[in-house]
Design a protein around this ligand. Structure first.
Ligand code: ADP
Ligand code: MG
Length: 349
């Protein structure tokens, strides 16, 4: 009922220069909950180990201080829990649940952006915990100062304790992570293979691990060994040039995924995104979908235009620029985009 995944531990968290500060802070908090740094705020890009580190704190506390209660929630489920509780007149239980724990772990707090009611409730949760010396740990894809539409009083509380960032892992750390993963999965690979993968996948540990598993599956399916040649052909690495960058194995989001997410969240039919309707909501959804194709998928403008049945690539370019501009000044668009991007980045898992 703490919602922790037992596979996220300190033991299997590989430490390198990119994450050693956040790791040390997490250890300090796990050993001295409520006393070391409160709150601990960990931030960094997608797939760099924030959730792993946060849950490692929880698992450590459960093991070493069995009497302490730990609750792990995503910001989204905290929000849904709040909405349900408000609707069903269960706020007493809600407050009881979150204000009496010893360690509260809230993942992806950036999604609280623009959610006014949730911010108010979380403010009180935070105060209640903090005042009674209970530990709060937060993760985010960005530092508190860069979370838009966040009340000043929450922002300042996020900054009260320790802010620790996680950077993309360097080459050695990537290799160490791959080696560990290969051992855990019983995959036999040479150092050359690990180096090739680590030279190709740089900025996301989930993707790094995923690539190893994909290569293993490919080797099995094709009845070939998982050797350097298989890695080279799969990742399109030219022999003798292990760091060559090729787009043929990019992990970009499929356009259809983007369309699906936009259509669901904005309540617009997928067909309408490809059609010609100029109704306000439909036209906006279409432009948002094109914008996300560029931003998250990094597709070329001609490709985006074609994917939306347009012959002129400037349509896609115009859409991108318009939404980018709107995002800077329109709070509603900003929070809408966060929601859609949240769904899309989670579905990459
Ligand atoms: P984030 O929450 O930052 O998006 P996760 O914590 O979900 O990232 O990490 C993505 C994957 O990478 C998980 O499977 C996690 O176990 C693994 N991972 C991340 N960092 C490390 C690390 N330093 N050592 C071992 N595995 C890691
Ligand atoms: Mg995470």
């Amino acid at each position: 009922e703490s919602n922790l995944n037992p596979k996220y531990t300190f033991e299997n968290f590989i430490v390198g220069s990119s994450n050693q500060f956040a790791h040390a802070a997490a250890i300090a908090v796990a050993e001295n909950p409520g006393k070391a740094y409160n709150p601990l705020f960990i931030y960094g890009g997608v797939g760099l180990g924030k959730t792993h580190l946060m849950q490692a704190i929880g698992n450590f506390v459960k093991e070493h201080f069995p009497s302490k209660t730990v609750v792990y929630v995503t910001t989204e489920s905290f929000m849904n829990d709040l909405i349900d509780s408000l609707r069903n007149d269960r706020m007493t239980q809600f407050r009881e649940k979150y204000r009496t724990v010893d360690i509260l772990l809230i993942d992806d707090i950036q999604f609280i952006s623009g959610k006014d009611r949730t911010q108010i409730e979380f403010f009180h949760t935070f105060n209640a915990l903090y005042d009674s010396g209970k530990q709060v740990v937060l993760t985010s894809d960005r530092p508190p100062k860069d979370i838009p539409m966040l009340t000043e009083r929450l922002r300042s509380r996020f900054e009260w304790g320790l802010i620790a960032d996680i950077q993309p892992p360097d080459f050695e750390t990537r290799i160490a992570i791959l080696r560990r993963k290969a051992e855990d999965e019983g995959i036999e690979v040479s150092d050359e293979v690990l180096k090739l993968i680590a030279s190709r996948i740089k900025s996301n540990i989930r993707q790094l691990e995923g690539t190893l598993l994909k290569l293993k599956a490919k080797a099995q399916l094709e009845g070939k060994p998982l050797d350097a040649e298989l890695v080279r052909t799969t990742l399109s690495i030219e022999p003798g040039n292990s760091t060559s960058v090729s787009e043929s194995f990019s992990e970009t989001l499929p356009v259809d995924e983007i369309k699906k997410a936009v259509s669901q969240i904005m309540n617009v039919k997928i067909e309408d995104l490809d059609g010609n309707s100029r109704k306000k909501q439909i036209a906006l959804a279409r432009q948002i979908a094109m914008y996300l194709c560029k931003k998250l998928g990094n597709y070329s403008y001609p490709k985006i235009a074609a994917a939306f049945n347009r012959s002129d690539h400037t349509t896609a370019m115009h859409a991108y620029n318009r939404i980018k501009e709107l995002r800077e000044k329109d709070a509603q668009i900003q929070s809408l985009l966060y929601e859609i991007e949240g769904v899309l980045t989670r579905s990459v898992d």
